[in-house]
Write a protein that binds this ligand. Structure first.
Ligand SMILES: *Cc1c(COP(=O)(O)O)cnc(C)c1O
Length: 444
């Protein structure tokens, strides 16, 4: 554990310059570029347990955990052993294999889904679930919520139109208006907006897709009963309810689905998407649901969907081993580490006089640097003081703690976050909170 971490990162600087010469922004996924916090991203050479080691040899407590997947920590010995054995048997055959059957059985046993199909990314999972929902209902319109992220699917990279229940506009160049013209973007946690959308377009709505508990605008839990309300509204109108658990699935609870454990009304989502933890750090994701709906998929049914590396034997082995090792004790440990960290962060920010709101869904939490609260939707989250977060982030980084380089992300912990890792974070917090206080934007 380094006592003093210099802020310069010469090898990372050099690699970043080389990366930018050959890759847009120097990264293969935008958030990694540090655009939201400034500075040079740390190029990581290796990771073990709760720790990342960068190419300059500095160590950081990892609070990104690959944006969720590394539930057990990095380079877990048993996961590595199974993966190494799988690699020696060959890495891809393009034929059915035993590990994919075992992983599917594990997911079916633990969750509400009756059939599951594997893909290689969460984006593919949501894209395929929406295609299936449209194919099964014979309808075209998709409802999503502002601030919920479902991967970079054309029809979901949409911004709200000019009013409630009006069709949306592309959220990025390169997405044609025709791709988002059938998407309705509504404010999260807003039952009235959902009712208005169904009143106007109910017989055209194929599905509502929502993060089971949003983590991609920071952690914004559904208000009690909101998911059940969505499921029931869909049922009444003959639409399907897609619960996107790519982030929450197997991270928040052992039984896979936060949205399910969170429900008391006895509803079930029609389709569910998974990713991140179920891939154990490999490119694997899935969508699943009711058997009759999944039977609509090719080759059993007419809705086409396929993938060269889908159900890859190495990836499914990593996922299966991870899920088998994710015991109740693991989730209890994640919960206690998360509690310690969020309490300490909140205390440090209070002492430094930085207004903030801590929100959590199970062991997934985030800290919004803003006055007031709770944060109910994307508009609320957008009031975050980005300058204060950037200062906080860099002070933590300098003290050996790697937070997500964006104010709108959850902090992730793992089973490998032990006392030494936690203490490193606790030691870093007061200074980072003072840095945030000094950088606050104008009067609150
Ligand atoms: C990460 C994420 C996705 C996209 O998954 P990728 O594997 O990055 O394509 C989709 N939905 C949610 C809720 C996510 O958190």
């Amino acid at each position: 554990m380094p006592d003093v971490v210099p802020t310069s990162a010469p090898r990372s600087e050099e690699l970043f310059a080389r990366a930018r010469a050959v890759t847009p922004g120097g990264v293969n996924s935008p958030v990694r570029a540090f655009n939201a916090v400034g500075g040079t991203p740390r190029f990581i050479r290796s990771a073990s347990g709760a720790w990342l080691t960068d190419v300059d040899g500095r160590e950081y407590v990892d609070l990104i955990c690959s944006w969720g997947p590394m539930l057990l920590g990095h380079a877990h010995p048993e996961v590595l052993a199974e993966v190494e054995a799988a690699v020696r048997r060959g890495t891809s055959y393009g034929t059915p294999t035993e590990p994919e059957v075992e992983l599917a059985e594990e997911i079916v046993a633990r969750t509400s889904v009756e059939r599951v199909r594997f893909v290689s990314s969460g984006t593919e999972a949501t894209m395929s679930a929406i295609r299936l929902a449209r194919g099964a209902t014979g309808r075209d319109v998709v409802v999503k919520f502002a601030g919920c992220y479902h991967g970079h699917v054309d029809s979901l990279l949409a911004s709200a139109g000019s009013g409630l229940a009006t069709f949306s506009v592309p959220g990025t160049p390169g997405v044609p208006e025709s791709s988002t013209a059938l998407t309705l973007v509504l404010p999260y946690n807003d039952r009235g907006a959902v009712e208005a959308a169904f009143a106007d377009h109910g017989d055209r709505i194929a599905c509502v897709i929502t993060e089971a508990a949003p983590g991609n605008m920071g952690v914004v839990p559904p208000e009690p009963g909101f998911n059940g309300f969505l499921a029931e509204t869909c049922r009444r109108h003959g639409a399907l309810f897609i619960s996107d658990e790519v982030m929450t699935g197997f991270r928040v609870t052992r039984t896979g689905q936060w949205g399910l454990d969170g429900a008391v009304e006895g509803w079930r989502p029609d389709l569910v998407t998974f990713g991140k933890v179920m891939g154990g750090g490999f490119p694997a994701a899935a969508f699943g649901g009711r058997a009759d709906l999944m039977a609509q998929l090719s080759p059993e049914g007419p809705v086409y969907q396929a993938g060269t590396l889908s159900g890859n034997p190495v990836a499914t082995t990593a996922g299966l081993t991870t899920l088998r090792l994710a015991t109740d004790e693991v989730y209890a440990h994640l919960g206690s580490v998360a509690d310690t960290l969020k309490t300490a962060a909140s205390d440090a920010l209070s002492v430094a006089g930085v207004p903030h709101v801590v929100q959590a869904t199970g062991t997934m939490f985030s800290i919004f640097l803003l006055d007031g609260g709770p944060v109910r939707d994307f508009d609320d989250a957008s009031r975050t003081d980005s300058a204060a977060y950037a200062a906080f982030f860099h002070a933590m980084l300098d003290a050996g703690v790697h937070l997500p380089p964006s104010a709108y992300e959850a902090w992730f912990v793992s089973a490998a976050h032990d006392d030494r890792a936690v203490q490193t974070v606790l030691d870093a917090l007061p200074g980072a909170a003072r840095a945030a206080a000094a950088a606050q934007e104008g009067p609150a």
